[in-house]
Design a protein around this ligand. Structure first.
Ligand SMILES: O=C(O)CCC(=O)C(=O)O
Ligand SMILES: [Fe+2]
Length: 275
């Protein structure tokens, strides 16, 4: 009952914002006449309001909670970090060093072209100073290895393999970068060209194939974190919020490579089958 009184709601949100401990607040509320269940419920809704990131869903991974280890397509992988907002998971040992080397050789043989970005207005794929890397776009299941990796990344993210775009391999030399951007498509006509097939790009999986000697992290400016590239490791993130719209917290950047070369494989997953 008391929870509907604006003064209590304000007391809860202002104390939570000031860093008070919910358990201590509950004791105070009970002393003031609240019953325990109502106090808990009012505190939970206050927490959801003050710290929305705590209640945001974390990228779905078929993982036993708290173990940090997952078995995925016969490989033992290690989950080393999960963030709620943006929804990010870091995973080690997604690819073996032999698989990374095979992909590097494959990309080299296929030849690299300047990377493009989606023009927000026309929807065209165009080279852009914001994205200075070179890349190779692979067809789905182009080789047996690529087919196996698509199935592995789909299993890791609990997302249908049919919803995946072809893998892309990106190569950055010193000074090259991919400035802060969203992987989800913009609204309007520019985005509609792309979402007509498969819908929005909801998840991104980045697997590092080669790490530079300096720089080249993947940064998420909304939370001030940068992932350091480690060959065979992946960073997985969600590009949309619970309503399916672009999540502003999913803004990210491939930071400039300071020394050496960086190679990353990008796997984008759509909302629906990408047929
Ligand atoms: O290179 C990176 O770390 C980021 C790549 C990226 O954001 C992308 O390919 O969409
Ligand atoms: Fe991206």
């Amino acid at each position: 009952m008391q929870g509907s009184e604006p003064s209590w709601q304000e007391w809860i949100t202002s104390n939570l914002s000031a860093g008070c401990v919910p358990a201590d607040m509950q004791v105070r509320m009970i002393a003031a006449g609240w019953n325990e269940a109502d106090a808990r419920a009012a505190l939970a809704s206050g927490i959801a309001q003050v710290f929305p990131s705590l209640t945001a869903p974390v990228v779905a991974l078929p993982v036993v909670p708290d173990t940090g280890m997952i078995w995925c397509e016969g490989r033992e992988m290690k989950v080393t970090l999960r963030l709620a907002s943006p929804a990010v998971a870091l995973c080690e040992n997604v690819l073996s060093s032999v698989e990374c080397a095979e992909l590097l050789a494959f990309a080299h043989d296929r030849g690299l072209r300047p990377s493009t970005v989606v023009d927000e207005v026309s929807g065209e794929n165009l080279p852009h100073p914001e994205r200075t890397s070179s890349g190779v776009m692979l067809k789905r299941a182009e080789t047996a290895l690529i087919d196996r990796l698509e199935h592995r990344l789909a299993a890791l993210t609990n997302w249908p393999v049919a919803n995946g775009e072809g893998l892309q391999i990106l190569h950055y030399r010193e000074g090259q970068e991919y400035r802060a951007h969203f992987d989800s498509f913009p609204g309007g006509a520019g985005g509609a060209v792309h979402t007509a097939r498969g819908g929005q790009r909801v998840n991104t999986v980045l697997v590092y194939l080669q790490s530079p000697e300096g720089g080249g992290g993947t940064a998420f400016p909304s939370c001030g974190i940068a992932v350091c590239p480690q060959p065979g490791s992946a960073v997985i993130f969600r590009n949309v919020d619970v309503t399916g719209r672009r999540d502003p917290a999913s803004l990210h950047a491939g930071l400039p490579v300071v020394q050496g070369e960086k190679v990353v494989m990008t796997y984008w997953q759509r909302e629906g089958p990408y047929a």
